[in-house]
Design a protein around this ligand. Sequence first.
Ligand code: ADP
Ligand code: MG
Length: 319
Amino acid sequence: MEFRLIDRIRERTAQLREDVRLGIGDDAALLTVPLGQELAVAIDTLVGGVHFPHDTAPADIGWKALAVNLSDLAAMGAAPAWALLALTLPQVDPARVDGLAEGFAQLAREYGVALVGGDTTRGPFCLSVAVHGFVPPGQALTRAGACVGDAVFVTGTLGDAAGGLRLALGERPFDPADEAHRMLRARLDRPIPRVRAGLALRGFANACIDVSDGLLADLGHLCAASGVGVEIDADALPLSPASCTVFGEGPARELALAGGDDYELCFTVPPARIAAMQAALDGQGCRVTRIGRVVEGQGVSLAGGGPAPQRRGWDHFPG
Ligand code: ADP
Ligand code: MG
């Protein structure tokens, strides 16, 4: 039965890449690593009820499991190539497997990512995806490297996925006829990894991280890795009209600071490279907003000394 499930996944995710010498079906995949490139690898696990609401459609779960991983590669400035999928299911459920595989494949096709193997086991519903990508030596964007005086930027808008989660959890009744509600829920269920923006930032950004746990929490990691502080202009945070309409501007700003799951890129750029960086990202059709500056010290503070919000992002092991 396990093998029939694997076949269903393989049929739905077929993606040709010349560097895949042997994909799904043997004991291991055989892959040709391009000469002179560094391999960037990442893995992320999604657990039902923790990383997505239990009523999430299988196709959305499959999409998101790959999206959160491609976001990690994007944050490194790496070009994605291969993925592995470890799937744990409570029972044989072909319809669920088909949905997962189709959502996964939709996103994989967009970025030319080949699913080259995985594992299928019985147990509480959970998916792990591992991804591999390439980056020229020395050009990866890491969390370290932010310099005092750099400007801090973020792609897209922040807080939408956290707004979508509030709707999904019924803290605010979800109205499927309301376009703003649908947009926020889509930001939660189908995040779009900023792969092209990450590639375009090579050579411009001093440090970069993707916003998965919340801006304050993730910028805190960047600060710690770089040995600097960051001052945020809360008024400058890019909010979507949908979030402001549904929650009001003040709460939308709180969601943007502390809410997770946006998968935007947050990065620092020295003043001399800002204009060229902006031109490069405009070329990708990617909006960027300047939200603060790198300062001496440590940790994230709000310009004007505004009160720091209480929730500082998601932590699986609080305390
Ligand atoms: P083994 O027992 O040798 O690890 P498996 O029976 O687990 O082999 O897997 C058989 C083949 O199917 C392998 O190539 C493996 O990578 C692939 N595979 C298993 N599960 C998945 C999955 N969920 N997604 C993609 N490939 C899978
Ligand atoms: Mg196996």
